[in-house]
Design a protein around this ligand. Sequence first.
Ligand code: ADP
Ligand code: MG
Length: 580
Amino acid sequence: MDDLRRILRRIDGKGYKAYKAIAGAYHGGGLSLYVDHVQGDPFAAPSKVRCRIPRRRAALPPGLFDNSVRRTALEDFLARQVRRAIGDIVKGGRGTGRSGLVTVDAGGQEVLERTAVLVRSDWVEVRLEVGLPGSGRSILGLQAEEMLCEELPAVAGRGLVWSHLPQEAARRFVECVENQEHLRAQLPRHGLIAFVADGALLPRRSGVSDLPLDAHECVIFHSPDEMRVTLELLHPIPGREPSGRLITGMGIPAGVTLIVGGGYHGKSTLLQALERGVYPHIPGDGREYVVSCPGAVKIRAEDGRRVTQVDISPFINNLPFSRGTCPFSSERASGSTSQAASLMEALEVGASTLLMDEDTSATNFMVRDARMQALVRKSCEPITPFIDRVRQLYDDLGVSTVLVMGGCGDYFETADKVVMMREYQPIDVTRKAREIAGEIPSRRANEGAAPLRASMRRIPEAGSYSAARGGRRVKIDTPTLHRIRLGATDIDLSAMDQLVDSSQTRAIAHALHLLRQFMGPEEDLNALLSRLEACFDEQGLSCLSLYGDEEQHPGNFARPRRYEIAAALNRHRTIRIQLR
Ligand code: ADP
Ligand code: MG
């Protein structure tokens, strides 16, 4: 560490480029500091630094990271502690541009596998971005010394060393995440695809905030008696007080579930909780015991999206001018064709449950009532509506659906369960809905005669896209949660409701780049994604880094699901796909 101090004093006042001299590793004060990347000027992307603390000093209890769920939870927790320590310790503005800023890529309401903090058996490490201080183009070496040699070690100490951490909160966090995964693992045994705990707090503060609504403004979730199930929680982590071992809540069974109810009574809020329920949440989120099966995928209409070689014939046939739908391609899909394509793409990569909301669906994709069937004959209507496929999806393919549908009772016949939201509380109205379906026939004819087929294998062409722009340089950028810039092409992810963290977006962008290396004439999309996930499991997300090596510094990835990676690839504007 003294070497670093010496260099910084030597280059004080020199041109900013002289900072390049500090790249390297420094040791002292109970930690190692690795300067992996040095920015070119105070406005450039910040420099990348890691602080590593050996096991003996960090002394994290092994019981908090002795399986992969606990390790992910602990790493996520520590990243949040580092973020807090930065707020308390780092002085901040130390000159021009980003001078003096320190950031860590910690999470929001969801707990994700991420690369900001790594806990290993011999050490714990945090990856930081820092703005090296400069005044205009000249180095502020003494400021840099204070930052790198005093602030960062203090931040790492506060955020990573057990004796400085809020220990009860750490245990509770890890235990809470592990319990959520334990609940998720119990779903199949109980024939469920989702669980919403009694006492859950579902609504969010606003349309742009993921924080829970204040409890006093909020109706707390309470399962209908008919749907209440009891699941078990784990034994507490050693060192924690034993808590209740059982938890009750609403079990949503596999099959077809309708969520009905008046406008503004909380239908979409419940569905959104299920969408997010594929990830664990932090304690205090309100949805920490709302868990969905991992294969639950939100499907919605997205007119204008690109569709490449997708067999949508189960839903759409005989388009005008005898345009084919097996496969279907479009530079600008319509509402119904985009929704059909997104659905078939999700099935292709293994979706096991579909989540749909009337608010974001194309009406003509969802239903054709008796009167419309009488006016527009089947031979003139390309669409087989979802209502005539939803049962087949479950009966033939085992794919469940949860559908918010306040506007059309023709769906009653198709449902195994009908849940009505009334003043934000769920009521089981299955029996009543069946009675009504008997008394008031819909008179519509089922149009889904042909059986559902497994989709074709789709084989993406590696040469059809690239991350290069202007010569050979790889250019990957993710300006927002819902936008990827890969080379010269933008990918719009605004319909990906289950993308929750911009570090997932960054990981997806890099994954698209990495996937090209796996592509070949026999590699279909499903196989490619499985290979990528195997890489994630074996090497960690660091395998996405352009630096390539876990010892390097890919400090800002969070793990995306295969469905969102596939969705991004499927929306790429130049992708070409072969069919088998
Ligand atoms: P719907 O889809 O039935 O029309 P929403 O789910 O969009 O209704 O909810 C309408 C409003 O009610 C939203 O502003 C939402 O945040 C709020 N809300 C939802 N659930 C609750 C609840 N349990 N307690 C209080 N407000 C809620
Ligand atoms: Mg709604």
